[in-house]
Design a protein. Structure first.
Length: 467
């Protein structure tokens, strides 16, 4: 594979590990053992779950099993968006009523503060800056969707969101062609790897046992099986998100959707003067194949989007290596947003997977008859959602074990939500490829000005996706 451009590091897990390198490995599982609770997956969901359960019941013997190292997956590769979006809210409103969905949204709003406050209390320095979330529109069709989105957020109880015109948007960040934006305070920028590594160190200091380089091959009631031995526990919680398809019997549960990112070299002050972005909001747009970006603590721009969205057979990558064409497409998107950065070097490119259920709804489940639980399907919104999911898993386990009762979290509509599996191959691959081809073409036609409303191709893609 040719390099995207000279001097660009490609893969190596992610840019977030570039400065300090990957962490020193913890010991793998030495053999068969027992625990009160076993967590499979050392990302945000698994580590937050261990944290909250150990805080609630200090004598619990908790073991975390991680295939590579904590933060190897999406938790160490994402765009650093800590924000209040949650996948599936509209579907939950239809199934459980508007009030239930509003409670779920309010819980997500509160989760942003929960993560920020807990990181501070535990001394985890993750470069967190609460600048909110700014989502921009650059075409008439995007402006229409943005206004509808803004109105929907107000209808779900958000009272502090702003709808901004072109001038007020430019006062925050000067995105070329932006006709307007919507801003919410319920968001923050952070350094993903610093958060997940700090969290791993914190739970280990609390007495949680973490075994890395220990892939779990199969989960059955009261058993987590690995090549090195089996952990037996009354509760086994699956917190594997985009890597769930690697487990026996889970190939079609959650689709591992691929997302790619680039990060620039540090941008000098004179260029920042032309861009603005002094509030360091996380930045997104209203395209169908959307982008997401942040201004990092060391004044780079990290920007992501869909490249090769899905690999046949639910395969996942090893080290984040990204096709040159994807890197170039993201670089072109960066320059379309900020033409003054045309000569800026892309310092690093990488990719990772996120979990997508067939109905695009995040879920938290505990099967009381088997002791098996799981959380995930965050569809790219996992930095905050994983924290809410972990606190919900904590409450479900405590309730089931007689150490707690029902709580506001156990009553949220995503608890014990059931969803059908994805189609078998080749239909799964064909569907995802067709969906994103339609989204990209819809974006191209909207950008060309040939339509002022959402293009029918995007509506068709929504139907394929099951959104």
């Amino acid at each position: 594979m040719r390099e995207p451009n000279p001097g660009t590091t490609n893969g190596g897990i992610s840019f977030w590990y570039a400065a300090e390198g990957v962490p020193a490995p913890r010991e793998p599982l030495p053999g068969d053992t027992t625990a009160d609770l076993c967590i499979v997956g050392g990302g945000y969901t698994g580590l937050w779950t261990a944290y909250y359960l150990k805080k609630a019941v200090p004598f619990l013997r908790i073991t975390v099993l991680e295939a590579k190292f904590c933060g190897y997956g999406a938790s160490g590769r994402n765009g650093g968006w800590l924000y209040h979006g949650i996948a599936g809210r509209d579907r939950y409103a239809r199934r459980h009523g508007k009030e239930a969905a509003v409670r779920l949204q309010q819980a997500m709003n509160d989760t942003v503060t929960e993560v920020i406050d807990t990181a501070a209390a535990e001394g985890i320095d993750a470069d967190i800056h609460r600048g909110g979330v700014l989502e921009v529109a650059r075409t008439p069709a995007q402006w229409g969707r943005l206004r509808d989105f803004h109105a929907a957020e107000l209808a779900f109880g958000e009272k502090d969101r702003l709808l901004l015109g072109a001038r007020d948007t430019a006062a925050r960040v000067r995105v070329t062609g932006a006709v307007g934006s919507t801003w919410t305070p319920h968001g923050a920028r952070l350094h993903p790897a610093k958060l997940v590594q700090g969290l791993a160190d914190t739970v280990e200091a609390l007495g949680v046992t973490i075994h890395e380089s220990t892939p779990v091959t199969e989960i059955t009631p009261k058993h987590a099986r690995t090549p090195y031995g089996t952990v037996r526990a009354p509760y086994v919680l699956r917190c594997t998100e985009g890597f769930t398809a690697n487990l026996k019997g889970q190939k079609r549960s959650w689709l591992p959707m691929n997302s790619s990112m680039i990060v620039t070299e540090p941008i000098p002050a004179d260029r920042w003067a032309t861009i603005g972005w002094t509030g360091r909001e996380t930045l997104g747009d209203m395209a169908h194949a959307y982008m997401y970006a942040q201004r990092t603590a060391d004044d780079r721009i990290a920007l992501g989007g869909r490249g090769v969205p899905y690999r046949y057979g639910s395969r996942t990558d090893n080290d984040g290596r990204t096709p040159a064409a994807t890197v170039e497409a993201l670089r072109e998107l960066l320059v379309r947003f900020f033409p003054t950065l045309a000569g800026t070097r892309v310092a690093h490119a990488w990719s990772g997977v996120l979990g997508v259920p067939r109905d695009w709804c995040s879920t938290v489940t505990l099967d009381r008859s088997t002791g098996l639980g799981w959380a995930g399907g965050y569809v790219g919104s996992g930095v905050a959602t994983a924290n809410l999911a972990a606190r919900t898993l904590r409450d479900l386990v405590l309730q089931d074990s007689g150490q707690g009762g029902p709580t506001d979290l156990t009553a949220l509509p995503w608890v014990n939500h059931k969803v059908r599996k994805w189609e078998p191959e080749p239909f799964r691959w064909l569907g995802v490829q067709g969906m994103y081809a339609a989204y990209r073409e819809a974006d191209r036609r909207e950008l060309s000005g040939r339509t002022t409303g959402t293009h029918p191709l995007a509506t068709f893609a929504d139907r394929i996706a099951g959104r």
